[in-house]
Design a protein around this ligand. Structure first.
Ligand code: IPD
Ligand code: CA
Length: 270
């Protein structure tokens, strides 16, 4: 399969998982908690990941897999492909009946994300990206090529962000955002990092950053954003990682990188 075919497969499977999740949103049951008592996992997170894993195994036996709920499986020697999956990004929104949640599926080849799909059923939007070919928003039968914001001024920037579930991290994130907030247009905290990254791609926000994101939060959305002209990485030339994921048009990226670095946005926590 070429990268466009991998993206089409990701989209098909994300649609099926998204439909399953949407059908169960009203009667959602909590299965447990993860990094802290406020970090929820639902039975639907688990059911969707299982469905995605089964569909990928049927279509692409031998590929590797990394999923938020079920962990990692290495690929066969014959495969150069690994799937990176968040079955429901925005679980807290999902539990509260808010619409900003999404199924996120990305394909990586030799460590590079080459295809990604983010399906947000309750928003009735789908996002798709193919390395080197572009990214698109699919909604209401329309397919729109995505181009990120051209904003260069930090003072004019609408910036998406998010917060982790552990208290020590929140204290640090609160310190950083309280310094940054008076210096920008405003923040948005939509509650789903994959959706934030698609919003960067679509120019619905100018930039996004968050400390603590995992590969499954950013793999598909990050490709969709970079294919729309944004840059994604960490601070001071580091790659995107748990320490920091920053995504913005290039000029704004530099301004945010400087400011977040000066604020010690990746400083050690208590
Ligand atoms: C979370 C969401 C949220 C972000 C958290 C993530 P989950 O993912 O993306 O917006 O702020 O850091 O953990 O737990 O809903 O898959
Ligand atoms: Ca999740």
């Amino acid at each position: 399969m070429d990268n466009a075919e991998l993206a089409a497969l990701a989209l098909d499977i994300a649609r099926e998982a998204g439909a399953l999740a949407r059908s169960g949103q009203a009667g959602v049951r909590i299965a447990g908690t993860k990094s802290s008592p406020i970090d929820l996992v639902t039975e639907m997170d688990q059911a969707c990941e299982q469905l995605i894993r089964e569909r990928l195994a049927a279509s692409r036996p031998g590929d590797g897999f990394l999923g938020e709920e079920s962990g990692e499986a290495v690929s066969d020697a014959a495969s150069d492909c690994r799937w990176i999956v968040d079955p429901i990004d925005g679980t807290v929104n999902y539990v509260y009946g808010l619409p900003q949640w999404a199924v996120s599926i990305a394909a990586e080849r030799q460590g590079v994300v080459v295809a990604g799909a983010v399906v947000a059923p309750a928003l009735e939007e789908e996002y798709l990206g193919v390395l080197g070919q572009g990214s698109w928003r699919l909604a209401g039968g329309d397919r729109e090529r995505l181009v990120c914001s051209q904003q260069t001024e930090l003072a004019q920037a609408l910036v998406a962000t998010g917060f982790g579930y552990r208290r020590e991290r929140r204290v640090e994130q609160g310190r950083v955002i309280s310094a940054l907030l008076p210096e920008i247009r405003d923040i948005r905290r939509c509650g789903a990092a994959a959706v934030d990254l698609c919003y960067v791609a679509a120019g619905r926000v100018d930039a996004g950053f968050e400390r603590g994101l995992n590969p499954w939060d950013r793999a598909a959305g990050g490709l969709i954003a970079t294919e729309a002209g944004a840059r994604m990485g960490g601070l001071s030339e580091a790659p995107a990682s748990e320490a920091m994921t920053l995504c913005a048009p290039p000029a704004l990226y530099e301004a945010l990188d400087r400011r977040l670095s000066a604020l010690g946005a990746t400083a050690p926590e208590d």
